[in-house]
Design a protein around this ligand. Structure first.
Ligand code: NBP
Length: 481
């Protein structure tokens, strides 16, 4: 236990890009702040570069860091997710007092956050898991913040967090999400949706290149136009900028010389795994994760490109195909968000979090990577129908997808015929068609499962569970009485 003598209202430990920028953002709001990093040289560099931006107290040791904080202590941990977070918590624990608050603002898995919440509680400490989106720039200028944890602990940091968050229409992009792992869960799904959004954009780019025959600068202009309509968003805006960039070395478009091998840090995979665990169909995000996996098989793809046959090349698409792609992109995006929000709803019920999904759409309107006009529509949908099962059932989205569906089907058909892979476009359409079917083919699945595994089936004309004695006399027996 350390006697607190400090006047810093909050502390940040972990001064890599995110922690440093969050600390600067807080200090710039006039909040006295203590800063610390495992490697003290980084703290020194930070103070040398930014010490004049606010009232910083730099600490070389965790003991000095803790001593610099007013009580109850508020400590933001911004270190690499995983074991480093547990390491920092165990080093901090003996230095802290009952009621002090540890805030993990990194990309931790929500199950780790639940565990850490319980472990900290056994030491009288309050633990919060906070999702922060917006990357390096967002952390400095105003991120979207998704705080999870005890409401009383949140009340102790609310003023600081809302003051550093992005603001849209006068509303800060920060709201208490729910208990324990809720904040990190919502951040995880945010990142999953980001994967789907990016994959859909990449598929549109692929089609514009290989079916419409356009160059990167021409496609940049198209994305710029799209950014003034329904698709208006940060990701569409920066797509236009990336496509328009000229490479200094080759003199051609930069995008043409970037290796087609996508990296990932795991939050998309976590989202997909959790959807599988919950039994929620999450085709858009999951296909986006698989597509990154396929992109990384570069040597295999190179060998397959000459060994595996594709269709005979067709002539170039006409100009109307460009608008078809825009409509397919929008409809697929609606599906990806409908799926992500359905997943958050399922998790909220399973975990007892009582998530306000309209509030999630509200705090994603600014600061974060998926910020978009479109989120206003989602917010409105949940304000009107808080228990909505699926966004596709809200009149605005029902109509938007209905209006786009002819174009969407043409794009999927053309891409398939021409051998251009569009896993997110196609799986979104398949989900849409599956979701709108009153009776699908799972009756046969049940019949087969009953045949080989006596898994039983239900009937449409009478209650109960049944098994047919397939290998015996073929008669049906009721199994639930
Ligand atoms: P990194 O994820 O690269 O982590 C580097 C920081 O962790 C350094 O301060 C390092 O200290 C510290 N650290 C490590 Br590594 N192991 C440690 C240990 N055992 N004990 C104490 N400190 C340790 O930093 P980042 O990119 O700023 O991201 C921070 C968190 O924010 C991550 O969870 C990340 O996923 C999340 N996030 C990042 C972004 C982004 O755009 N980068 C966006 C949103 C969220 P050292 O200096 O002594 O090595």
């Amino acid at each position: 236990m350390t006697q607190s003598t400090g006047a810093s209202r909050i502390g940040v430990t972990g001064l890599a890009v995110m922690g440093a920028n969050l600390a600067r953002n807080i200090a710039r709001r006039g909040v006295p702040i203590a800063v610390h990093n495992r490697t003290a040289a980084r703290t020194k560099e930070f103070i040398e570069a930014h010490g004049d931006e606010g009232a910083f107290t730099a600490a070389e040791s965790l003991e000095d860091f803790v001593a610099a904080l007013e009580t109850p202590r508020r400590i933001i941990v911004m270190v690499k997710a995983g074991p480093p977070v547990d390491g920092v918590i165990s080093e901090l624990t003996p230095l802290l007092d009952d009621g002090d608050i540890i805030i993990d603002a990194g990309n931790s898995h929500f199950r780790d956050t639940k565990r850490r919440t319980e472990e900290c509680a056994t030491h009288g400490l309050r633990f919060m898991g906070i999702g922060v989106s917006g990357g390096e720039e967002g952390a400095l200028l105003g991120p979207s913040i998704m705080p999870g944890g005890d409401t009383h602990a949140y009340a102790e940091v609310e003023e600081i967090l809302t003051s550093i968050a992005a603001v849209v229409d006068g509303t800060p992009c920060c709201v208490h999400v729910g208990p324990d792992g809720a904040g990190h869960y919502v951040k995880m799904v945010h990142n999953g949706i980001e994967y789907a959004d990016i994959q859909l954009i990449a598929e549109a780019y692929d089609l514009l290149t290989h079916v419409a025959g356009l160059s990167a600068p021409a496609i940049a202009t198209i994305f710029e136009e799209w950014n003034s309509g329904d698709l208006e968003s940060f990701l569409i805006e920066i797509t236009a900028k990336v496509l328009a960039k000229t490479d200094e070395r080759s003199g051609g478009p930069l995008v043409d010389v970037i290796l087609d091998q996508a990296g990932q840090k795991g939050t998309g995979t976590w989202t997909a795994i959790d959807a599988l665990n919950l039994g929620v169909p999450l085709t858009g995000i999951t296909e986006a994760v698989f597509a990154r996996g396929l992109s990384s098989l570069r040597d295999e793809r190179s060998a397959a490109s000459t060994a595996l046959a594709g269709p005979t090349p067709a002539g170039q698409a006409d100009a109307s195909f460009v608008d078809d792609i825009r409509q397919a992109l929008y409809a697929s995006k609606v599906v990806a968000y409908a799926q992500g929000f359905a997943q958050m709803r399922a998790a909220s019920i399973a975990e007892g979090w009582d998530l306000d999904l309209g509030a999630m759409a509200t705090i994603w309107r600014g600061g974060c990577i998926i910020r978009a006009q479109f989120l206003n529509r989602i917010r409105d949908a949940y304000v009107e129908h808080p228990d909505l099962d699926n966004l596709l059932m809200v009149p605005y989205f029902t109509e938007a997808v209905a209006n786009a569906q002819d174009a969407w089907r043409r794009v999927v058909a053309t891409a398939t015929a021409q051998g251009v892979p569009i896993p997110a476009f196609a799986s979104s359409l398949a989900y849409y068609d599956g979701y709108r079917r009153e009776r699908g083919p799972a009756n046969l699945i049940q019949g087969l499962r009953d045949y080989f595994g006596a898994h039983t089936y239900k009937r449409i004309d009478t209650a109960g569970s049944f098994h047919t004695r397939w290998g015996q006399d073929g008669t049906e027996v009721r199994t639930d009485i």
